[in-house]
Design a protein around this ligand. Sequence first.
Ligand SMILES: [Zn+2]
Length: 391
Amino acid sequence: MSIDFIDIFLPVGVGPKAAGGNNRVDVTRVQERLNDWMPPELDRIPRPYGTMNRQTEQAIRSFQSIVVGMKRPDGVIEPVKKTLEALNDPRSKERWHRANLAEPVPERSASPRQTSISWEKELRSRVQGSQFDSTLTRDGKKAVLELDLRLLLKPIPEGIVFDADRKMFVTQRWNTHEWIAYKTRLAREAGTFWSGKFWLVPPESARSLTYVNNLGERWRVPVECRLRVHLATTRGHTKVLVAHLGQPATSEEALNRQLRRAHGGNAFRSHAQLYDQDDLDPVNRGTGLRQRTHVHEVGHAIGQPHIGQMTANVTSALQCTLAAIANPEQGTNSGICYGATAAEKQNVMGMGERLTAVNAQPWQQRILQHDSGALGFWEVKMTPQKRTRVK
Ligand SMILES: [Zn+2]
């Protein structure tokens, strides 16, 4: 496919970086291209072209977030930079569109609860579950257990919302660009966070992870754990409502400032079925404790409780249980369940983003459904493992 090459000499967009730019001809060409390639769900840039406006800014940001993969789209297209390069890449249109087809087309045939044991070199089995589906693939070098989590995200309309502590906040309407950028980024980042961190070492009884090569040697391969978050449109494994609590200088933000003061300074608190617009960015949860809320909440979605319920430290586990009994309203959302020791607090199912072997639990349990002969102990390693020769 050949396309008209856009060459701009001054920046197009908003903010200080675009100062002195926004030349009429450049703006027109950018607007034409954006409208041309934009997915149907987004608002078109109105004609006449030539002047920078809000719809153009939003389209640039959406393009930067989804196609260019920028975490913080700045809304500016500069000469010889990434965004311009992507605007001249014929594949960008498809990328932009694909991101908005909310539910990816399943790549594999999904036969329910099929497990197979095969001595052939390649293996693939798929299991469907209520919390997530999963696929185990194996070749001669390694195996991958990928959890497929279908997340149904729903924007909360403007009005009011009650957070995890049942405190009231005011919401504003999501605009389409922001909404699509939010969910795309969430799915991508949560998937990355929970992938390639754990390797399961199969027990001897794990027949499907052992194969015989053409020299007659038997090898056993480790299993790399991965997560893929799919954005569901109708039915998801987990349904989550997402609040937009307003941007700086909006009336919603002003009201929420007052509400926060009334709530004793407490900010909006997300939970497993309720997120907010800031959950993608790290929040300070205490000294040395930084966490992106969404990676924690996706941890819940794949079946992990708070660290207080997973830790091998009996004293911590007991403290969490007692706190939950003493305060049934809070249950295992009691502060102590987010970690009693410094190391526990650092965990992603506490108040940080650290992972330890306990966090591999969803994969460790699911693998047993893929390999019926493998009820032995699957050791969790946190570094890539090599295949081993077996007798
Ligand atoms: Zn939690």
